[in-house]
Design a protein around this ligand. Structure first.
Ligand SMILES: Cc1ncc(COP(=O)(O)O)c(C=O)c1O
Length: 458
């Protein structure tokens, strides 16, 4: 097909997709009228043939950019072999992928899921199950297939079982009921109440509050080593260490949610590797299979062995095509020294962003590690994201005020320069939104309640 004809067909398809989306999709996402038709490396192309530098990477998913030749080769090969064989049978890739994840993480065993939220659900079940077994409770009745009978059996754990779960204020762990129950943000939770009971939120990086809430009734504490959706806030080393100590003391699971910050993003295999003490359970997803849906629960042996046949499962999780692709992703990160690239590009990005912060007084703070950076503004970030898109740059804004950067691990020095130039233009040309009273309050998670109080009085 001639280039001009091809462009016309793509544009027509794009326009049709927009019409059908508006008419037939449930109204869950606020999207600009752009249809991305394809990508290559760190660039995406829309239905009108416009090129965009992608510094969001599918929200931390496209770690090898778009159409990476190594992933394309494996996907083609495996699609022609077996896409799915069911977890009733072995496939050639689950075991080798689990072994590599165990080596990267220091965990012992792995369970594969289809998404981050599903990995969180499984991790919470595993922590509850471990606590129940430790308290002498049976875990086999429902697994045997007979529905438990008698009042109270379904609603309550046996007396003495630890069931409480601690999570952090400002956390985000997903959209299914368990994950939503440990997600702090009220606007995500409240419309769906009642949620899973027994959850309590600890003030971010507040050791005293942690001490006050952690006791012998807790079975799990869930922490994002760097809060992602919450605005790129790293958990402090003393807080992590203290959580580790209390989890050991009470034999509860310390669960690291590495769905956004893990698998190389921070320049380490896992973000908790900057902190002292391993978690008991780690959950990953987003970049694991380079954009194909795959998540995983990784656990140390004492916890992992709580699962026995029938207690947990998934139809799609860990199929041969996704696992082969994930194995290729991990191998590529290793063979192409991508952690070094992440460190080098991160240093360049930070240096450039610090210069921009000196120039634009509405930049308040730069946070994050590796290629997970947040640039907090004193004004709302939405208009900057829109202006960037119009100028061929994809970024995102989280928690209203923080511009979030999650570029692919393969980003080059030249692309970092291109990004910084584009961002400078965006910061200069966007009509600056008014500062709101809430914006003047530091939006650190430990002061979130104060910010909400200000917002409520607006
Ligand atoms: C830290 C964290 N946990 C869990 C999730 C949920 O993952 P998924 O959207 O794959 O269900 C996300 C998604 O953004 C996340 O950032």
């Amino acid at each position: 097909m001639k280039k001009a004809t091809k462009e016309k067909v793509t544009a027509t398809r794009g326009a049709r997709a927009l019409r059908d989306d508006a008419r037939y999709l449930m109204n869950t996402y606020k999207r600009p009228p752009v249809v991305f038709s394809h990508g290559k490396g760190c660039y995406l192309y829309d239905h009108r043939g416009r090129k965009y530098l992608d510094f969001l990477g599918g929200i931390a998913v496209n770690a090898l950019g778009h159409a990476h030749p190594r992933l394309v080769r494996v996907i083609r090969r495996e699609a022609a072999r077996a896409i799915h064989v069911s977890n009733l049978f072995h496939n050639p890739y689950q075991g080798p992928l689990a072994r590599r994840l165990a080596q990267w993480s220091g965990m012992d065993r792995v369970f594969f899921t289809n998404s981050g939220t599903e990995a969180i659900e499984g991790a919470l079940k595993l922590a509850r199950l471990y606590a129940r077994q430790k308290s002498g409770g049976s875990s086999s009745s429902s697994a045997a297939g007979s529905a438990p009978s008698g009042s109270g059996t379904l609603a309550e754990a046996p007396a003495g079982t630890r069931t409480r779960i601690l999570a952090l204020e400002n956390s985000f762990h997903g959209r299914t009921f368990g994950a939503l129950s440990i997600t702090a943000t009220a606007k995500y939770r409240e419309p769906f109440a009642p949620l899973v009971p027994g959850v309590e939120f600890v003030r971010f990086n507040d050791l005293e509050d942690l001490d006050a809430k952690f006791d012998s009734s807790v079975c799990a504490m869930v922490i994002e080593p760097i809060q992602g959706e919450g605005g790129i806030y790293p958990v402090s080393a003393p807080f992590w260490q203290h959580a580790r100590k209390l989890a050991t003391q009470y034999d509860a699971a310390l669960i690291a949610d590495e769905i956004q910050c893990g698998l190389g993003r921070t320049g380490r295999y896992f973000a908790y590797q900057r902190l002292a003490g391993l978690p008991d359970i780690v959950v990953v997803a987003k970049p694991l299979a380079g954009g194909l849906p795959l998540g995983a629960i990784l656990a140390r042996e004492p916890f992992a062995s709580a699962f026995t046949p029938g207690l947990h499962g998934s139809t799609f999780g860990g199929g041969p095509l996704v696992c082969a692709t994930a194995l290729e992703f991990l191998t590529t990160v290793e063979e192409e020294n991508l952690l070094s690239n992440i460190h080098a590009r991160s240093a360049e990005l930070r240096a450039g962003l610090v210069k921009l912060a000196a120039k634009f007084d509405f930049i308040r703070e730069l946070r994050g590690e590796g290629l997970m950076l947040g640039l907090e503004l004193s004004v709302e970030g939405g208009p900057y994201v829109a202006e960037a898109l119009g100028r061929g740059l994809i970024i995102n804004c989280t928690h209203d005020y923080t511009l979030r950067l999650l570029p692919p691990f393969i980003v080059t020095a030249r692309q970092v320069n291109e990004f910084l130039e584009k961002l400078e233009t965006v910061l200069a040309k966007t009509r600056r939104p008014a500062e709101t009273p809430a914006a003047r309050v530091a939006r650190r998670p430990e002061r979130a309640a104060e910010a909400h109080a200000v917002a409520a009085t607006r």
